[in-house]
Design a protein. Structure first.
Length: 322
């Protein structure tokens, strides 16, 4: 077990909600049909000029407030984004630290692993805490609306903007990560791609390259393997787990993931219907909703499973302490 405690969580939805009817009107699609297919009623688009670092600082500040900690308590900040944040260099995490008023009191860096980035950073943060470098703040910021255009409706109709954060610190007795299974398979055909403008020679949009049916098949296989590995290692079945959080790229795939894992919907938290597909911020938003709206109690186990381009996939099993 990795001894670590979730001290506080937060999530931020920038800008007013944008309905599916509004985006469908821009691309000439039937809103009712799109909503049935995607399960998304609203998403949020950050106002022009919004900086990822400022949004990340806002989310991390909320998680610190929930933890009852000042920003100066942090020993490390991990910034996560599948769309790159504000800058390629220096680290966006450094800008988040600056926005929190920190100067030389902790290190800060960026973690990129597509939609799996939050879970990957959660694992890194837990291991940092367990080896004496904590508390650690993980903050995921996605401004995916800036990577889409109405001319390519498939990503435009589902992607949205969000930020989520968690602060991890020293564990209480019996608390921590019971198991981790992480992996990537870059040998598969590219599924979702956002090119580096320096490589592409110009600004590029987010592109979905694989048919939705194939993406779902590959994602479900990767997710279920990771979840099974973690549960078997802990000597548990999925029915023994009180809460299950998954990446939620759309409503139909979220339902398919729960079905494949054999998880009733009341054991999870739905966020995609009101926030859309928000990349690495999906799991963090779900974790914050779980912590704030569900009766999570000592001894409860939380299984977090994710998948993303790459094909990045994994699962983390966490037990709440007394």
């Amino acid at each position: 077990m990795i001894p670590v405690r979730i001290l506080g969580t937060a999530s931020v939805l920038p800008g007013p909600p944008v309905t599916t009817a509004q985006v469908c009107a821009r691309v000439g699609r039937d809103a009712a049909a799109v909503e049935r297919k995607t399960g998304i009623r609203t998403r949020h688009f950050a106002p022009e000029g919004t900086r990822a670092a400022d949004l990340g600082a806002r989310a991390l500040r909320g998680a610190l407030e929930a933890a009852g900690l000042p920003a100066t308590a942090l020993r490390r900040i991990l910034f996560v984004s599948s769309m790159g944040g504000d800058v390629i260099t220096p680290a966006n995490g450094s800008r988040v630290a600056a926005a929190l008023g920190l100067s030389g009191t902790c290190d800060a860096m960026d973690v990129g692993n597509a939609c799996m980035g939050f879970l990957s950073a959660f694992d890194l943060a837990a291991r940092s805490v367990a080896t004496g470098l904590g508390p650690v703040g993980v903050v995921s910021v996605e401004l995916l609306s800036r990577t889409t255009r109405p001319e390519d409706p498939r990503p435009y109709l589902v992607l949205g903007d969000a930020a989520a954060a968690v602060v991890l610190g020293d564990a209480r007795p019996g608390e921590g990560v019971l198991g981790v299974a992480l992996g990537n398979d870059g040998t598969l055909p590219p599924d979702v791609v956002l090119e580096n403008p320096h490589q592409a020679g110009g600004l590029e949009p987010m592109r979905f390259l694989t048919p939705a049916r194939d993406m779902t098949r590959v994602a479900l296989g990767a997710l279920t393997r990771a979840a099974s590995e973690v549960l078997q290692g802990a000597g548990l079945a999925v029915a023994d787990v009180e809460w299950v959080l998954t990446h939620q790229p759309n409503g139909s795939m979220f339902a398919a993931i729960l079905q494949a894992l054999g998880v009733p919907v009341e054991k999870s938290v739905t966020v995609v219907d009101t926030v859309g597909s928000v990349g690495s911020a999906s799991l963090g938003t779900g974790l914050d909703r779980l912590w704030r709206t569900r009766p999570v109690k000592p001894g409860d186990r939380v299984l977090m499973v994710g998948v993303g381009a790459g094909v990045a996939h994994g699962a983390v099993l966490y037990r709440v302490g007394g």
